[in-house]
Design a protein around this ligand. Structure first.
Ligand code: SF4
Length: 129
């Protein structure tokens, strides 16, 4: 079973895509999108980095300031979806990626499907689904 050691490596130089539901949740929590995200080519948003790390990481504690409201992709990590191929893989940049089991992936299938649906709705992945 996956064992996160809270090293926060995944919070540095983040490229995490914000889904529509992520943006709605952040706005509801009182954040202004332009403060916490950057618009990228393709007309969608990624989490903003400040000083090389996610705007929401507290580098002193390695804790996420919005843990309860964090993006769906952060909840899924280190399991990741390649938006070009739709392949579900484990990101080996995570030092504990070797602890991810098939059960870990299967137990997140609802989350995986929700993310995939939103990626399709947003036009980020192909329309072939
Ligand atoms: S890189 Fe992996 S082990 Fe480190 S905080 Fe992120 S998910 Fe946890």
């Amino acid at each position: 079973m996956f064992k996160c050691i809270k090293c926060a490596k995944c919070c540095y130089n983040t490229e995490m895509i914000l889904l529509k539901s992520d943006i709605a949740r952040l706005k509801a929590a009182g954040y202004r999108l332009s403060d916490v995200a950057v618009k990228v080519e393709g007309n969608y948003y990624r989490l903003r980095n400040i000083d090389g790390h996610c705007v929401f990481l507290d580098p002193d504690t390695n804790l996420c300031k919005i843990y309860e409201n964090r993006p769906l992709g952060c909840r899924l990590y280190p399991i990741v979806i390649a938006v070009d191929t739709l392949e579900v893989t484990v990101d080996t940049d995570c030092p504990m990626s070797h602890t991810v089991t098939l059960d870990d992936i299967l137990s997140r299938r609802e989350l995986l499907l929700k993310i995939l649906r939103e990626l399709v709705e947003m036009g980020i992945v192909g329309k072939r689904l």
